[in-house]
Design a protein around this ligand. Structure first.
Ligand SMILES: [Zn+2]
Ligand SMILES: [Zn+2]
Length: 155
């Protein structure tokens, strides 16, 4: 079973500032990056907090011994599943994905009465009707959660 790394908890101490909390949650990533940069510039303790939350020491892979003591990112985005993962919690079955593409399964009865002129292109329905699609790598149905590839997450 593939487990996703847990999302960080909400900053509960901000519950007494609901508008600020809401503003943080709706701000876009670049804006938050810029604000975090400002906070870190003028606040050494905040720099420590950010470093211990976001960095980790040690090689990024077993064969990467060159930079052993260099701090590196604790959270990476995975090439395969596109999820953020914790490099300290990455095992050989942490990631699941499909090598191939999701393709319409025209034999599926989902499409029996489908009229592309009024219902839309079948190719565009993979989110709405995953059961009408198959993975061309392993023939798994689009609504079947079992990935055909399982391995470590890869940065
Ligand atoms: Zn597959
Ligand atoms: Zn992954």
């Amino acid at each position: 079973m593939i487990t996703k790394s847990p999302r960080p908890p909400l900053p509960n101490h901000l519950l007494s500032h609901p508008v600020l909390l809401s503003a943080i949650q709706s701000a876009d990533r670049d804006r938050l990056n810029a604000i975090l940069g400002e906070i870190l510039k003028s606040n050494p303790p905040a720099l420590d907090i950010a470093s211990s939350a976001l960095l980790v020491n040690g090689p990024s892979t077993t064969d990467d011994i060159e930079n052993k003591e260099e701090p590196r990112k604790r959270y990476e985005k995975c090439l395969h599943c596109d999820e953020e993962y914790d490099v300290l919690d990455n095992e050989e079955n942490s990631c699941g994905w499909h090598e191939g593409q999701l393709e319409p399964d025209y034999d599926s009865n989902v499409w029996d009465d489908w009229d592309e002129d009024c219902h839309g292109r079948i190719d565009d329905q993979e989110e709405a009707f995953p059961e009408g699609f198959v993975w061309n790598c392993c023939e798994a149905k689009g609504d079947d959660d079992e990935p055909c590839m399982v391995d470590f997450h890869v940065p």
